[in-house]
Design a binder for this molecule. Sequence first.
Ligand code: GLN
Length: 304
Amino acid sequence: MQYQAILNQIENELTKKQAKGKVASYIPELAKISPNKFAMHLHCINSGHYNIGNHQERFSIQSISKVFALTLAMSITGDELFQRVDVEPSGDPFNSLVQLEYENGIPRNPFINAGALVISDILISKLYNPKKEFLAFIHKITDNNSIEINSKVYESEKQYSYRNAALLNLMKSFGNIENKIEDVLDFYIYQCAIEMSCKELSTAFMIYANRGKKLANGDDVLSPQKVKRINAIMQTCGFYDEAGEFSFRVGLPGKSGVGGGIAAIHPEQYAVTVWSPPLNPKGNSELGMYALERLTSLTGLSIF
Ligand code: GLN
């Protein structure tokens, strides 16, 4: 497959496209990012790396971190985790409160904010030093110890986390949060503030394309059965109330973040990451979705 030629064609098409969406501004620090940033990195199991744009520039991974948090939680707990968070698409925005009230504080899935907050609570209960161990997990799957949080983004979100605090309070009232609300909120915001480049995210997501093994050295991170489950949740819930649309247009399991990143995988083929900050009304990268749609269309390959 002529992957580099396909990426070049996507880049060429994108120069003629103007994003209509807006860069996230409810976390003030994210609003400072230029809407013109664009990068894409494709890491193929059999044929290596292809890229366009500034694929080594780091950006705020935001909700893409929810996949790593679930992975870490599933690697240290059993099926009891899914008694506290379900695996159904929500059909609602990522920060919505409505379903929680009539579903007794059990979030629909781990990739909306409510679900990720429960996962954060579980990790706090299980880990000795959650922040350090979470970052160490990302260092392990990327073989890159320089990945860090952006402390300005972290501080900025801490000042505007009323909705996430509301989600936590509601879930705590139903008995689904064990730890102190401020501790869970702090750890969750820390995870969202991690910065990675498209290249680094593609390396991290390789474990989901490669049946739970690191490509670099074949080390097992997660069992194939657990990877199957995480990929299934990415497919059905990775894009909030646009998960159906992403499946329809792109046809790969993936996860987005309000920093404008999207990471996706083709099982046993590749991991791919795109970054373009303007978001569509559902909070997903507008041009990122377009680029991935073109990738699966031009290659004629998706999981469907
Ligand atoms: N930190 C963001 C929040 O909690 C993450 C949301 C996202 O990327 N969709 O609102």
